[in-house]
Design a protein around this ligand. Structure first.
Ligand SMILES: [Zn+2]
Length: 142
């Protein structure tokens, strides 16, 4: 027996399960992200190398879910996987070239190199926390 009400309920449960996965950053969720990332890279750059969900979740956990550029906490569902050395400029699609990024930093960095990123950040008003995060606090200011 499968009434439309039951099907509706089933669909809701499936959606709930998906949302939970997304928010908790389960391996399942990172596998999904990896699949999508690999597909995009293959499509845009014809690159066959792949990254696994396990590599992504390990990276995420190793940095305590913090953006590698500004140090802010990023929820799994809001993580941007940044190719530190952009693919467009010859960077590799492997885990050592991936940084956990927040939306804000990723938007600015885009395909820029780290130097170019810092230049833009500097031009746009010098958010101290990015420099502090990348180069450490300046103790002379105390
Ligand atoms: Zn950031």
């Amino acid at each position: 027996m499968s009434t439309s009400k039951q099907r509706q309920k089933w669909r809701e449960n499936k959606q709930k399960w998906r949302d939970n996965n997304r928010n908790s950053g389960s391996l399942q969720y990172f596998n999904e992200r990896a699949r999508y990332l690999n597909k995009r890279v293959k499509h845009h750059y014809g690159i066959d190398e792949t990254i696994t969900g396990l590599q992504l979740i390990s990276l995420y956990r190793s940095v305590n879910g913090r953006c590698y550029l500004c140090g802010d906490k990023v929820k799994p569902s809001e993580v941007h996987f940044d190719h530190k050395h952009s693919l467009k400029n010859g960077g590799a699609h492997n885990i050592s070239n991936i940084g956990i990024g927040c939306g804000k930093c990723n938007h600015i960095k885009s395909e820029r190199s780290l130097d170019e990123f810092l230049q833009v950040v500097f031009d746009q008003g010098h958010p101290q926390k990015i420099f502090e995060h990348l180069y450490g606090r300046n103790n002379d200011d105390k």
